[in-house]
Every structure is written in structure tokens, then in C-alpha cells.
Write a protein that binds this ligand. Structure first.
Ligand SMILES: [Fe+2]
Length: 203
């Protein structure tokens, strides 16, 4: 019997197959889609309140997946790596991720992790870095992204954002929430990022 978890995984697979960029194809080729499921209890977070709006503004190819997360988000096991001590309570109330596959996700994979990040409006995810190489594909437009010492620039839904190992990166949402798909490979897949930036006073 097909479950909502199977539906999520096949949705991710079809979504990723829509990207012809070399780096996206390279990451996708590293995913062995025959992954065993892992039993995880449903775990919601306050940031799920932003997903219906994210689904409403998601780009065309991203909408079915965003809609599934909006409708069934509370069936999944959401997590947070940071605490209020890192970036403040406002960040914690507006941030969360869902690991679809990986070392702790709904499907077991020790080689590559994939999932979704949610940030509410007007949130700064300060500069951070990690050993794993990372691919992000935002499902929503309107968020500013920064890599290394570069300036913030807005990335549209469906843009492929690649962070090499240990390159610092940051995101800053505006009036709309961010829903983004991520892939991690080549490092400890459940590692906490190293923070180099600050959310600033009260953030
Ligand atoms: Fe990252």
C-alpha cells in the first residue's frame, strides 16, 4: 500500500528529475531511490503555519510538492538543529526542516540526505557552513541568498543553488516565507552547521 511517505519520496524524485543543470543531475544520480522506510512519529513545528502560503506562491513545477507539504505536513517528522540560544526565539518559531531521506529521515540513506527547509517571513539565517556539499532548490521566490563574502541576491523558485564544502552561506527572507528543497552529500549528514554570522539584536 502506498503511504504519504511514498508519495513524498516520489514527489521529490519527480521534482528533482525536472532539473537539467549538471550539478543537480550529479546529486540526483547519487540517490538510490530504493531506500528502506524508517518509522518516525509525526512531529509538527510552529513554522508549518507558513507552508500553505509557500504552496500558494510556489513555482509551477514545485506546486504539487508544496501542496502535499501544506496538506499533510503534520504527518511528517520535522526537526530543528538550532535553539533559541543560537539565533533567538523568533528564528526558532519560524524555522524547521524535514529530512525525507538520510541518516535520520523517513527513508534510510547513509550517502546523501534530502529534505525541506522552511523559514517564515523576515527571518535571517546567518552565515554558516558545513563539511557536506549542498544543493538547494527554492520552491518559493523572494528570499535573498548569500554565499561566501558575496552580496545577498534574490533567488527565484527553481533556481539551483550550490554550496561547496565548507563555503559559508546565509539566507534572508522578505515578506514571503521560504520553502526550499536541499540535498547534502560528502560529509557527516546529521552534522550541526558551524555558525559564523549573527542574527543581530532580537533576531
Ligand atoms: Fe547549508
Amino acid at each position: 500500500m502506498s503511504t504519504v511517505f511514498d508519495e513524498l519520496l516520489s514527489g521529490v524524485r519527480s521534482f528533482l528529475a525536472g532539473f537539467g543543470e549538471e550539478v543537480a543531475r550529479s546529486f540526483a544520480a547519487d540517490v538510490n531511490w530504493a531506500m528502506p522506510g524508517r518509522e518516525l512519529p509525526p512531529r509538527g513545528l510552529p513554522c508549518l503555519a507558513h507552508i500553505p502560503r509557500a504552496a500558494a506562491i510556489a513555482g509551477n513545477g514545485a506546486r504539487p510538492l508544496a501542496r502535499l507539504l501544506a496538506d499533510r505536513g503534520r504527518d511528517f517528522h520535522w526537526g530543528q538543529t538550532y535553539t533559541a540560544a543560537d539565533f533567538g526565539q523568533k528564528f526558532i518559531d519560524n524555522y524547521g526542516w524535514l529530512e525525507v531521506f538520510g541518516t535520520r529521515g523517513h527513508f534510510e540513506n547513509d550517502a546523501i540526505a534530502g529534505g525541506f527547509l522552511v523559514l517564515g517571513p523576515d527571518i535571517v539565517y546567518p552565515d554558516h557552513h558545513h563539511i557536506a556539499e549542498e544543493l538547494y532548490i527554492p520552491l518559493t521566490s523572494g528570499t535573498d541568498w548569500r554565499m561566501g563574502d558575496g552580496p545577498y541576491c534574490e533567488r527565484a523558485s527553481g533556481e539551483v543553488v550550490h554550496h561547496a564544502s565548507n563555503v559559508s552561506h546565509a539566507m534572508r527572507t522578505g515578506a514571503e516565507p521560504l520553502l526550499a528543497f536541499y540535498l547534502w552529500r560528502g560529509g557527516p549528514l546529521a552534522a550541526r552547521s558551524t555558525i559564523s554570522g549573527s542574527a543581530g539584536p532580537g533576531g
